[in-house]
Design a protein around this ligand. Sequence first.
Ligand code: HEM
Length: 357
Amino acid sequence: MTELLGSTWLNYLVAIVLLIISILVFIKVHIYSHWKRRGIIQANASPPWGSIKNFVLGRTSIAEVFAEIYKQGEGHPIIGFYSFLSPALVIREPDYMKRILVRDYDHFSDRGIYSNRKIDPLSYHLFSTDGPHHKEMRYMLSTDTRKPLSLDEIAAQTFLFILGGHETSSAAICFLLYEMALNPDIQARLHEEIDTMDGNINYDNIKEMEYLNMVFNETLRKYPAAPTLIRLCVKDYMLPNGFLIKKGTQVMVPVYGLHWDAKYFPQPDKFDPERFSPKAPTHQIQPFTFLPFGEGPRYCIGKRFGVASVKLGVTSILSKFRIELAENTKIPMKIESKTFITNPYKGLTLKLVARNT
Ligand code: HEM
């Protein structure tokens, strides 16, 4: 009897193992050949994570995962990848980005990410809503129309503004100060500019601080808060190369990959604010290669507020302190792998030295 039970369990076990192997083989051979069959290059994929395994397993940041997919597509305008079992696309050609984000926006008006008005009203905010509701909400928030918002709508937008607005701006301040500690010459020049303002820094005159703007842009070039922009194709769309993006396909614009591509930003690991000099830029920035706030009708609605708060935060710190590396400052900086917003891994330690000492 025991022998019989033992062999039955063994048979079950063998059947389950064979089933799992067959599913994995099916995914690998059939699902993960979707883009090859559609005639385009595709990123490496392994079941069941697809091409984002290293992010799912917490090994690398989402920024690096998409930068790697971007690299694998070198020489091609688009590259296919797999998010678990779903085929999706990474766009590499800046002209295509212009079409997707701006010109042919009506084909890519949605993000297609989770939101549920009924059971999870806080998730129903401007970033995650789509279709006509997004359009209406964006209009209401941008123009101060008199149509009142419901309590749930106010709560959801506030939740997003605090989460998305605070996280992005505070990360930008951290990264900027970190680069100041690494580059004392750049910090000295920024101190000089701040000192010329004689403590009179406010929302209006901060725009005149040219060098601060260059340093700010270079910070977001190296450390874009959103490493990739997301769009969902809502109407079939033919790219100029004749490739048809079918309705329902998720499309990514790999901001981090672009910002670190030596073709667009020579020596990308070098912190060089001169790239953004309005007088003598070290090189011309090609349109749609610098996208820290996104582009088109879904670009960051909090851009002006974000820019002002980062700049005001930085100037109030730098007017009083010099930033230096601390003993335990990690060099090079590692990017946190568990968040979608670019953040320093396990925080950041810097030394603030009062400037009058
Ligand atoms: C340095 C600060 C910030 C950065 C780098 C940043 C970056 C971004 C990026 C890249 C997007 C996606 C754009 C796209 O898909 O084309 C976005 C969207 C958004 N951001 Fe920001 N952001 C910042 C600050 C803020 C602040 C302060 C707020 C609100 C107070 C905010 C609210 C939003 C909202 C609501 C969206 C979604 C817009 C829509 O889908 O219509 N952001 N942001």
